[in-house]
Design a binder for this molecule. Structure first.
Ligand SMILES: CC(C)(COP(=O)(O)OP(=O)(O)OC[C@H]1O[C@@H](n2cnc3c(N)ncnc32)[C@H](O)[C@@H]1OP(=O)(O)O)[C@@H](O)C(=O)NCCC(=O)NCCS
Length: 226
């Protein structure tokens, strides 16, 4: 069993080929609580994302820690950030998950706080009005809707801030509009960011108390989950 280490495992799964039988199979991998949460989603596509994300979460945690996928249980902080409430002796399993149309992803660590965000590039959503909800005034001035880079710039900022809000565990309670997000973040955080194919942007923010993170990427098909 690995002790606390700066290693982060990032698991990414495409969801666009999950048909009805595959969706049904993913649901069998969920706990009763997760199935109830699943059933509360009204839209079929949100149910697929929920089942895929939480089945992947169990798979990703069990790939790192010696606990069966079905045996994990979870608790959450005051802002809704979940974390495992069980695990092998001496280990401190942590994770963060994200879902967006077409993709789910989970980052797993041992003893390190982290936040992961994936967004689908959507020109209809990328507007200055929307950016006002999360960008600092000085960041807003760098966003030019007439630029061919606008959508990329918009989602780079969005995913960075969302990942930071998730890493701190504060979620929406973090005043992201007051933060100016340079390429290097002030404080004990490391930023990784990338395009996941042509339609998605992702950002991962990791606490650096154990040194620079070693990031291992795993891309997996839904059929590989057990
Ligand atoms: C809950 C929140 C943390 C992310 O929600 P979201 O947009 O649905 O994003 P994601 O799919 O990336 O993440 C959802 C998952 O984060 C986890 N999560 C929930 N609360 C969290 C918190 N406080 N901190 C970290 N992770 C949290 C959960 O696992 C959740 O999935 P689940 O509900 O299926 O268990 C919250 O910050 C939010 O709603 N943000 C969107 C607000 C926005 O406008 N952002 C603009 C750019 S900053």
């Amino acid at each position: 069993m690995d002790g606390a280490s700066p290693r982060i495992d990032v698991w990414i799964m495409r969801t666009d080929r999950i048909d009805s039988p595959a969706h049904g199979r993913l649901q069998t991998l969920l706990s009763e609580t997760e199935r109830n949460d699943h059933d509360r989603h009204a839209k079929p596509q949100d149910r697929v994302l929920h089942a895929a994300a939480h089945a992947l979460k169990r798979h990703a945690l069990s790939a790192r820690f010696d606990v069966k996928p079905s045996a994990w249980s979870f608790t959450m902080n005051a802002y809704g950030k979940p974390r495992p409430s069980n695990g092998p002796d001496g280990a401190d399993p942590r994770f963060n998950l994200t879902h967006t149309p077409g993709l789910v992803a989970v980052a797993v660590s041992n003893g390190i706080d982290l936040g992961l965000d994936a967004e689908t590039l959507d020109p209809a959503h990328a507007t200055l009005d929307t950016a006002m909800a999360f960008a600092h005034p000085s960041e807003l001035r760098t966003l030019d809707p007439a630029s061919p880079h606008f959508i990329g710039d918009f989602y780079r900022l969005w995913t960075r801030k969302e990942a930071l809000a998730k890493a701190t565990g504060l979620g929406l309670s973090l005043e992201v509009r007051t933060l100016i997000f340079a390429d290097e973040i002030d404080g004990p955080w490391h930023l990784e960011e990338w395009d996941e194919g042509p339609h998605h942007r992702m950002a991962l923010i990791v606490e650096t108390k154990l040194g620079s993170p070693e990031i291992r990427m795993h891309r997996i098909e839904p059929t590989a989950l057990t």
